[in-house]
Design a protein around this ligand. Sequence first.
Ligand code: MD3
Ligand code: FE
Length: 203
Amino acid sequence: EFERIGPGACILRGFALAGEDGLLSALASIEAEAPFRRINTPGGRPMSVMLTSCGALGWTSDRYGYRYSRVHPDTRRPWPAMPPALRQLACNAADTAGFPGFEPDACLINRYLPGARMSLHQDRDERDLRAPIVSVSLGMSATFLFGGLQRAERTAHVPLHHGDVAVWGGPDRLRYHGIMPLPHHPHPVLGAQRINLTFRKAS
Ligand code: MD3
Ligand code: FE
């Protein structure tokens, strides 16, 4: 099911469900190698979302600001490789949404517990903004906020459920977006958490 929410943005409902088992086992091995951690905003406040990454580049922050890094900030080892099943899913989704030839080199993985949220922001730290971002939602449902190119523009509220995959590119690549505080509605498979994977071409 193909749901267009902008000229360059669409949601593929349930697109990740066919590969659910492979996805969850890939996630478990990434997490074992690079545990989820809470990062601080550059202002020093802990984010409510926990974060890990796989692929050549991962996302970290310190008092100097947010940035992509080739190594885990605690272990100083490279991030876990991007499992082929994950890369395949992301490229498949990008193709389906009209962005052929997607070559992600970073996959950021967010974990939300009940009450966690992500405030309105733009993703603009990737070097090539012509590449789309592919996002996979797992576990508890969330309300996604889809704004405009200015922070003050009104936001659309879009539900995201377990297995949904969204693709954002072209004219929608720099739109402000966020996640409303998560309600406590445990998911039958993942329990009281939501996991979101975003595949990016960061460099
Ligand atoms: C729309 N994550 O990690 S993914 C993030 O569900 C992030 O965890 C949210 O925003 C989450 O940066 C939302 C959906 C998403 C990602 C990138 C976008 C939507 C986007 C870029 C442009 C427009
Ligand atoms: Fe984002």
